[in-house]
Design a protein around this ligand. Structure first.
Ligand SMILES: Cc1cc2nc3c(=O)[nH]c(=O)nc-3n(C[C@H](O)[C@H](O)[C@H](O)COP(=O)(O)OP(=O)(O)OC[C@H]3O[C@@H](n4cnc5c(N)ncnc54)[C@H](O)[C@@H]3O)c2cc1C
Length: 437
């Protein structure tokens, strides 16, 4: 459902942007030299940002650091898009004199590595982007706190422990989580794959107790790619720990992965069968009780650990924001702007009614260069860039045992070590790049 975009209040005037000094740091092979220049009125801050990139040749490297003073820019949450925007600031040597990042954790999990972590392939620290470190590297202020609401009239962000935080320009990248309210009793008796850190803790606690009562029964609710990979991850982890387990994957629809081509669907079913995972399609879970799961056709399934990985929804405070919404998501336009002229929203929390794309980290990643440009352009009154999401993207579906299936539109590549090698290389490389300062 698309809401009318209603004006919230007048676009407030952003404080005039001023440039501080431009620091040009020339590193030569034999030494180092730093020059300071104060940009004069002829320098447009936006254009300066655009030329602010590292120039290097075999003999020397020139780094510019441009400080921009003026507006308070607040990035809410360190999702994929914001992490990449911070990285881009760092790469280009841009310092916003009043940049604040508010996130409920110093580090943010990278989606591509989540299920590999469940499988035990990746250690906990390997899957995290170090958002606090990234923020500090661009001289921003990191506030570890959870946002609970935003007052757009006073331009204050309400946090749990730090009270109100003022903003001039705001961007929201706080993701979405499986909708617990869609299944009665899920919050009390089942677990959700997101938020990731809470899930890791709950899964580890379960594993500690699991060896005492074998075989354990695990039910994965939701047969999308996340659910398929989680089931494969559970199998690998429990096998490695020598814990025997009955794993069931439940999907309300008639088939798994309906948006993927037939060959991919067949290969995924073969993969799950080889991993001894029972697949139950057409089985809509409507209630979870202690140790029992009830489906719409009134079947009862006992379990020791039930996990929900159904389609994600924004948190309640996001749904209550005085912004136009599209369904429960924050409605955005092609420039990633919300119905408020000085507020952007990106990643899973946002939705453009004209795009028909799934909730996937790939899109949050691709939005980053556009958001980076548009933040700077808004600050300096320059034209914004629009974002066109790609229609398809490459899915590499892991089996948790060193192989993966490739799927993209009509393209299919069988479960193989080659595809796993590719996935591992892309995902690890992504996190490594962000964490290398
Ligand atoms: C098991 C699983 C596997 C997946 N695998 C893939 C995959 O392989 N490829 C892919 O493209 N997508 C995958 N996805 C989807 C992917 O995780 C999301 O689309 C992606 O993470 C969205 O990124 P984001 O930047 O919007 O937000 P997130 O990555 O969800 O980041 C949101 C951040 O906001 C913080 N936050 C949340 N609420 C608050 C608050 N109130 N205050 C402050 N901070 C807050 C969180 O701590 C988090 O750091 C997977 C999803 C799941 C569940």
């Amino acid at each position: 459902m698309v809401e009318e975009v209603k004006p919230i209040d007048e676009a407030f005037q952003l404080p005039t942007l001023q440039q501080d000094e431009l620091l040009i740091d020339v590193r030569r092979i034999e030494g180092r030299k730093t020059e300071r220049q104060t940009p004069d009125d002829r320098h447009d801050p936006f254009e300066l940002f655009m030329v602010c990139q590292i120039h290097s040749c075999p003999l020397f490297e020139i780094r510019y650091t441009l400080t921009m003073k003026g507006a308070t820019v607040v990035l809410v949450a360190g999702g994929h898009t914001h992490a990449l925007v911070l990285k881009e600031f760092q790469r280009r040597g841009l310092v916003l004199s009043d940049l604040i990042v508010i996130s409920d954790s110093e580090k943010s999990p990278y989606s591509g590595l989540l299920t590999g972590q469940i499988a035990g392939i990746y250690a906990d620290p390997e899957i995290y982007i170090e958002v606090e470190r990234l923020t500090r590297s661009v001289q921003g202020r990191f506030i570890k706190d959870a946002v609970r609401g935003i007052d757009f009239k006073t331009r204050d962000i309400e946090t749990e422990r730090h009270g109100k935080i003022h903003f001039d320009l705001l961007s929201l990248n706080c993701g979405a989580r499986p909708d617990r309210s869609s299944i009665q009793g899920s919050s009390a008796y089942a677990h959700a794959v997101k938020p990731t850190q809470a899930f890791q803790q709950e899964f580890n606690d379960f594993l500690t107790k699991a060896s005492e009562r074998v075989p354990v029964r695990i039910i994965q609710i939701g047969g999308g790619v996340a659910g398929v990979e989680c089931s494969a991850g559970f199998r690998r982890r429990l096998d490695d720990l020598g814990i025997s387990a009955d794993i069931t994957l439940m999907e309300s629809g008639p088939v798994l992965l309906p948006s993927h081509n037939r060959r991919v669907r067949r290969a995924v079913l073969q993969m799950l069968s080889s991993l001894r995972i029972t697949v139950r399609t057409g089985e809509a879970v409507h209630e979870v009780r202690e140790g029992q799961l009830l489906t719409e056709r009134e079947a009862i399934f006992p379990f020791d650990f039930a996990v929900q990985a159904t389609p994600a929804q924004p948190q309640e405070w996001v749904r209550n924001l005085e912004l136009a919404h599209c369904g429960n998501f924050i409605q955005i336009d092609d420039f990633l702007k919300t119905s408020h002229p000085n507020v952007f929203a990106v990643g899973d929390v946002a939705k453009n009614p004209h795009w028909s794309i799934p909730r996937a980290g790939v899109y949050a990643v691709r939005e980053a260069p556009i958001l980076c440009h548009n933040i700077l352009a808004t600050l300096s009154g320059s034209p914004l860039k629009s974002y066109r999401p790609q229609k398809r993207y490459l899915n590499l579906i892991m089996d948790g045992h060193g192989r993966a299936i490739a799927s993209r539109g009509w393209f299919y590549f069988p479960r193989s070590r080659l595809m796993w090698w590719l996935k591992d290389r892309i995902d690890r490389g992504f996190v490594r790049k962000l964490n290398t300062l």
